[in-house]
Design a protein around this ligand. Structure first.
Ligand code: NAD
Ligand code: UDP
Ligand code: UDP
Length: 313
């Protein structure tokens, strides 16, 4: 028998794919979202499912429902969006987490936190294992998100130690795929949209900074596996694809795959932009028997297809 599962941020990019997967697995799904960056378009095709329920709500305010498990994904994830109202970003991470942890505590339900590689900041250790404490600026433009997510992890572990809440903390590394917003500001969506529209490709800095890109279906599989681990497994567990690329390599790949005539132009690097990022996924391999199966080129095919349709090419 399926469970009743709450997905906060279920109207967003990753959340909508997770809702789909949970429904497919036979669960009742409550998708909760304030639609700051999410959209009904992402989940419109699920609205007719009898096991799917949509709630418009902001997790900064208490929420009561009799659920069996919680995936806490609510939070803007792109730098452009989380810096738009930075105070609300911190509130979502901190007050939102307290409310969802209060709910999980009352329901004795497991709760998974979508944490982030940003907790490692601009890392001094490469690749990043979960044991690394990070290098984070607490007063910069990225801090509302980075420190918000770090404080959320603190709350998760304190609710676990103090109230025996069954926590599952995953640190998600750069994830991409269909349903990213075209104007999201994140690098994969920016480059694809610019390439398809024949606009300049905006490379920030010299393009030598690195990221490791995980396709969304791999990530969702990792989230579900983590939720299904025994109560003793709390994380944190890194989830991401260890294949590392410079941002210039990504730009060149997108230009090649779209057959675009766009030119690369250089813009200043944003403040505190991490120089390199690559997940050490040994722990996920061991605890979840998980590793990504879709490599960048393959994942870009369906992502480019999605944006072509979205932009009506
Ligand atoms: P997204 O912006 O598409 O999704 C976030 C969703 O949360 C949106 O639907 C938004 O409307 C909703 N939301 C934001 N604040 C809310 C609030 N206060 N109350 C209710 N809903 C709220 O981003 P995403 O890429 O799908 O990210 C999902 C989660 O995964 C986020 O917590 C993000 O921090 C985390 N994450 C994502 C990545 C990535 O590369 N995509 C990497 C690391 C961590
Ligand atoms: N909370 C919620 N839904 C619930 C249970 C609690 O939103 O089903 C909120 C509640 O408003 C509280 C927060 O979660 O402010 C933290 O709950 P906790 O039990 O830790 O704290 P307390 O109620 O003792 O302040
Ligand atoms: N980036 C870029 N051009 C863009 C958007 C982003 O060169 O149009 C760079 C950005 O400076 C960063 C990397 O791509 O070095 C990843 O940026 P994103 O915002 O996707 O994620 P994050 O910095 O949070 O990893």
């Amino acid at each position: 028998m399926g469970k009743t599962v709450l997905v906060t941020g279920g109207g967003g990019f990753i959340g909508s794919h997770l809702c789909e997967r949970l429904l497919k697995d036979g669960n009742d799904v409550i998708c909760l979202d304030n639609f700051f960056t999410g959209s009904k378009d992402n989940i419109r095709h699920l609205l007719n499912y009898p096991n799917f329920e949509l709630v418009r709500h902001d997790i900064c305010f208490p929420y009561y429902a009799e659920v069996d498990a919680v995936f806490n994904l609510a939070c803007p994830a792109s730098p452009v969006h989380y810096q738009y109202n930075p105070v609300h970003t911190t509130k979502t991470c901190v007050m939102g987490s307290i409310n969802m942890l209060g709910l999980a505590k009352r329901r004795k339900a497991p709760i998974l936190q979508a944490s982030t590689s940003e907790v490692y900041g601009d890392p001094r250790i490469h690749p990043q294992p979960e044991s690394y404490w990070g290098n984070v600026n607490c007063i910069g433009r990225r801090s509302c998100y980075d420190e918000g997510k770090r404080c959320a992890e603190t709350l998760f572990f304190d609710y676990h130690r103090q109230n025996n809440v069954k926590i599952k903390v995953v640190r998600i590394f750069n994830t991409y795929g269909p349903r990213m917003l075209p104007n999201d500001g994140r690098v994969v969506s920016n480059f694809i949209v610019q390439a398809l529209q024949g606009h300049d490709i905006t490379l920030y800095g010299n393009g030598e900074q690195t990221r490791s890109f995980c396709y969304v279906s791999d990530l969702v599989d990792g989230l579900v596996r983590m939720m299904n681990t025994p109560d003793t497994i709390t994380g944190p567990v890194n989830l991401g694809n260890p294949a590392e690329f410079t941002i210039r390599q990504l730009a060149e790949l997108v230009i090649e795959m779209t057959g675009s005539k766009s030119k690369i132009v250089y813009h200043p690097l944003p403040d505190d932009d991490p120089v390199m990022r690559q997940p050490d996924i040994a722990r996920a391999r061991e605890l979840l028997q998980w590793e990504p199966t879709i490599q960048l080129r393959e994942g870009l095919v369906s992502t480019i297809e999605y944006f072509k349709k979205k932009l009506e090419f």
